[in-house]
Structure formats: structure tokens, C-alpha cells
Unconditional design. Structure first.
Length: 248
């Protein structure tokens, strides 16, 4: 685990969810929130003067369900949704939902054994953790769908046993930029922790503004090796308040 030090007055902490804060499960619905995580996030946010956010491919409603009663500044669906303050409204970018035909063809992939199709509205995720042998067939099917519908402005983003079809304009780098425009994040140095290909756009953004990116698990472009797995991230978060100032 990397020795990551934060300045409570200078830094902002932005965290991916699945594979970073919580362990990846065979299906999205099977993810569990570890005991103590919510309390630790609450303490760290207090030490950072509120400058803690969650940036996820999940919708913000799901982030809230997993971290309840904690409500974070959050970007959901890779930035298609943004909540700029803890208790503020969820704003959605004006991105077009994929057409019914694209949804129909993507949904049909869920008929394959062990494949789960997650409809997020502006994005659709095809999960195949229970059937990794289907990866190539799924990738080829998605390429064919996007080839047949070029005007929809969609891209395929591979992740850990998942391929996500989403608008080209939506990515976690843009989400980080949007969060950092608002207080108490504005003017701080962003520290981003994530585990997947989807987080590389965020790593690129924070590096351009003298921030730092840390990868969980395997190395990622634009990030230093930070943590072996989510349990190390949680252990670091648990101990972090001791180095950030006064007690809760």
C-alpha cells in the first residue's frame, strides 16, 4: 500500500466505488457495503472540510443506496449525473438515451448464460463475470451494434468483466472537472483513487492539474500503484483521520 498523505486544507479526495471502496461481486446487485465504511467516509469528509466525492459508473441513486445514510458529492453514470453538494439535486447532462433498437440489441445479450445487462438510462453495461468465456462474443456483438448506429454517438468502454456502452461525451475525467468547479473542491488539489479502465480518464485529468492518481489492483495509465485491493483502500481510509487533524 502506498504512503499517501493528504493536506486537509489543500487536497480533495475523489473515490471510485466498485473495486475501490467496495469489493466487486458476481453481479451488480450482489455488492455489499462493508461494515465501518460509511463511518470512515463521514470522518474523512469532515477532516477535509467536505472535499470528498464519489465518482462511479453507477447511478447516483445506487451510490446512495450502497452508502446510506451517507450522501456524497457524486458523479454517477461516468458523469452523466452530477450532485454538486451533499444535499443538492441530481442534475443530468443532456445526453440522449440510446435508441430503442440499440437497447433491444444490447438487452438480447442478456440471454447468454451468466450475462447480466444493466440498463442505466444513458448507458448500458454488459456484465459477464459469471461467463468470462463470452467476452469476445459480447465485444464483437457490441462492435456490430455501434457500427450499425454511428449517428448515436456511442462508445464501448471495457472494464473488469464488463463492457459499457455510453455516450462518447461522458467520462470520469469530465466528471472530475465538473466536481472541482464547485466549493469546497475549487482551488484544491484532486487526489483520485480508482481501479478500472474507466478511471483512466480521471487519472489523466488530475495529473494535468498537479493532482495525483492511485490505482487499486493492477497498474493503470496515469496512476501510481496505490493499493492491492479495496480492503487496503478501506484500511487507509480508516486510519486517515489520525493524520488529518482534530478528532471527530
Amino acid at each position: 500500500m502506498a504512503a499517501i498523505e493528504l493536506d486537509p486544507k489543500r487536497d480533495a479526495l475523489l473515490l471510485d466505488l466498485d473495486g475501490t471502496l467496495v469489493d466487486i461481486a458476481p453481479t451488480p446487485d450482489a455488492v455489499k457495503t462493508p461494515a465501518g465504511l460509511v463511518a470512515d467516509l463521514t470522518r474523512v469528509r469532515r477532516r477535509l472540510g467536505g472535499a470528498l466525492a464519489v465518482v462511479s459508473g453507477r447511478p447516483i441513486s445506487v451510490i446512495d443506496d450502497l452508502l446510506r445514510p451517507f450522501r456524497a458529492v457524486a458523479a454517477g453514470i461516468h458523469g452523466a449525473e452530477l450532485r454538486a453538494t451533499e444535499d443538492g439535486p441530481v442534475k443530468r447532462l443532456h445526453v440522449v438515451r440510446p435508441s430503442d433498437e440499440v437497447h433491444r440489441r444490447l438487452s438480447a445479450l442478456g440471454r447468454m448464460p451468466g450475462v447480466v445487462v444493466e440498463d442505466k438510462g444513458p448507458a448500458v453495461a454488459i456484465h459477464f463475470r459469471r461467463n468470462p468465456a463470452a467476452a469476445q462474443e459480447i465485444a464483437e456483438a457490441i462492435r456490430s451494434i455501434l457500427h450499425d448506429h454511428p449517428a448515436e454517438g456511442l462508445s464501448a468502454l471495457p472494464g473488469k468483466a464488463v463492457i459499457e456502452v455510453k455516450p462518447v461525451s461522458v467520462n470520469k475525467g469530465a466528471a472530475v472537472n465538473a466536481i472541482m468547479e464547485h466549493p469546497p473542491f475549487a482551488g484544491r488539489r484532486p487526489i483520485y483513487i480508482g481501479d478500472d479502465v474507466t478511471d483512466e480518464a480521471a487519472f489523466a485529468v488530475v495529473s494535468r492539474v498537479a493532482g495525483r492518481g492511485y490505482a487499486v489492483g493492477e497498474p493503470r495509465l496515469g496512476a501510481a500503484r496505490g493499493f492491492a485491493d479495496p480492503s487496503q483502500v478501506r484500511a487507509w481510509l480508516h486510519d486517515l483521520p489520525k493524520s488529518l487533524g482534530t478528532a471527530a
